[in-house]
Design a protein around this ligand. Structure first.
Ligand SMILES: [Zn+2]
Length: 360
């Protein structure tokens, strides 16, 4: 009798881990690029990767310890031709976050994410993934009125070139995956229920993704979520049925979909089953960073088994619904809680893997 092939369900984090509180306090006091902060950043990254690896996570990140301000505009931090009063993200609890606004041309990145990868890979013993921000999010930096001598078309050209450069640099340095953060996808349906804005975002992101080969795209993924900041969301009331058909048109091989915090997971899984494509790997969220409760491995196992009823197991993976602190100053979740949740994801995914393997 031949032994059945071992089932593997890959599991990956999204990205951010809450920064140490002393680092947040020091960054708040001075410019976050102040060279005197370098040892603090370095210590935070080293500690993050050690604790990440201790969870058993087969893929780690640097916890985005050095992404200034957060996941969205780290790449333009310090860019002189910006103002802080850009696009506003409204959260359900009433608080808001703002992106930077471009005041004149040209648009350039000040930081490419591969610089974070350099440091992380010095400390890591397992593969490291890297999250980058989607062009669609940064496109919101261009104001409604045209900037003199710098058209929107010129801006989009510069933006796509910078984004492509960032992904290529991360792939070249050996990122396990490059994950494009696309939280504004679901939010766009709240701003524009017609779906016009969503489809313009998808078209824009595909202009960039189509520059990559199918092999490169198998290392590129897209993350969608309803937002996650200070225990609040920005678009949890938008039905995934409105988003996922368009989302799966993105030319990426991997999708990281927040699911654990959804009110009706089976409804979402049915939508995924209807629209996923054969070359997609779907990493479903089995941990809810927005929920203070630390999931047990058994809860995670059951969520994976549930997902496997809808998604072919060779296309299934697990992840967290979102990062644990997408914005740098967020201390609502402790580092201890974040790593305990990640450990549950790793253990619970392994439990499901064994069960599914035994029945296949
Ligand atoms: Zn997210």
């Amino acid at each position: 009798m031949t032994k059945p092939a071992r089932i593997t369900i890959p599991t990956e984090p999204i990205g951010s881990i809450p920064r140490p509180v002393d680092l947040i306090a020091r960054v708040a006091e001075r410019d976050s690029d102040d060279p005197s902060l370098a040892p603090l950043y370095e210590a935070a990254i080293r500690d993050t990767i050690e604790r990440f690896e201790a969870t058993g996570s087969p893929v780690v990140t640097d916890g985005e310890q050095k992404k200034r301000r957060g996941f969205a505009d780290y790449c333009v931090h310090g860019l002189p031709n910006t103002a802080p009063d850009g696009f506003m993200i409204p959260f359900a609890d009433g608080h808001t976050r703002r992106l930077s606004r471009l005041t004149r041309g040209p648009f350039r990145y000040t930081h490419y994410a591969d610089s974070y990868l350099d440091v992380a890979m010095r400390y890591a013993h397992v593969p490291v993934k890297q999250a980058v921000i989607a062009p669609s999010a940064l496109s919101l930096m261009y104001p409604a009125e045209t900037i003199r001598d710098y058209s929107r078309e010129q801006f989009i050209d510069d933006l796509l070139r910078e984004h492509e450069t960032e992904i290529r640099r991360c792939l070249k340095k050996g990122a396990h995956k490059v994950q494009v953060d696309f939280t504004e996808g679901r939010l766009s349906l709240k701003i524009d229920p017609s779906g016009h804005l969503l489809h313009s975002f998808i078209d824009l992101n595909n202009l960039s993704l189509s520059r990559f080969s199918p092999d490169e795209r198998s290392h590129i993924g897209v993350h969608t979520c309803p937002g996650n900041d200070l225990y609040s969301t920005h678009s949890a009331d938008i039905d995934y049925a409105e988003l996922l058909p368009g989302l799966f048109e993105l030319k990426a091989g991997n999708f990281y979909i927040a699911l654990a915090g959804e009110r009706d997971r089976r409804h979402v899984l049915k939508v995924i089953r209807t629209h996923l494509k054969p070359h997609h790997r779907i990493f479903v969220g089995v941990i809810a960073p927005i929920d203070p409760h630390i999931e047990t491995p058994e809860e995670v196992r059951d969520r994976v088994l549930e997902a496997s009823e809808y998604i072919p197991v060779e296309q299934l993976g697990t992840t967290d619904d979102c990062g644990f602190a997408p914005f740098m100053d967020n201390t609502s979740t402790s580092r201890d809680t974040a790593f305990a949740k990640i450990r549950a994801r790793v253990l619970g995914t392994a439990l499901a893997e064994t069960l599914i393997g035994a029945h296949s």
